[in-house]
Design a protein around this ligand. Structure first.
Ligand SMILES: [Zn+2]
Length: 102
């Protein structure tokens, strides 16, 4: 009881919050309801670029973007789990486009 108990409780609460936060960190590229998707070039993060969605799939009742057109060369880009972004290697240097969530 007393202080020890309180610390343990505190720790448990922190763990719970941490787990919740981790679960909330979902990087799946979900399709926005209005279908308007923006990406940003990781090399130039200031600029928001609107992109064309080429393919989606439904997983667990949610629509996920599978492929978008590269804003530079129009090549279909696919999701990369490691980069957590869409990547184009067809126009010169590799371009990494992250989805902009608003
Ligand atoms: Zn490209």
């Amino acid at each position: 009881m007393g202080r020890r108990q309180t610390l343990l409780e505190k720790f448990k609460q922190q763990m719970k919050a941490y787990k919740k936060k981790r679960m909330m960190k979902d990087n799946t590229p979900y399709m926005p309801e209005d279908g308007v998707v923006y990406v940003m070039d990781t090399m130039n993060p200031e600029k928001k670029i609107r992109v064309e969605v080429l393919k989606t799939k439904v997983k667990k009742h949610r629509e996920i973007i599978e492929s978008i057109a590269c804003p530079v060369c129009n090549n279909p880009m696919h999701w990369d789990d490691i980069w957590e972004a869409f990547i184009c290697e067809k126009h010169g240097k590799r371009a990494i486009y992250e989805i902009v969530n608003e």
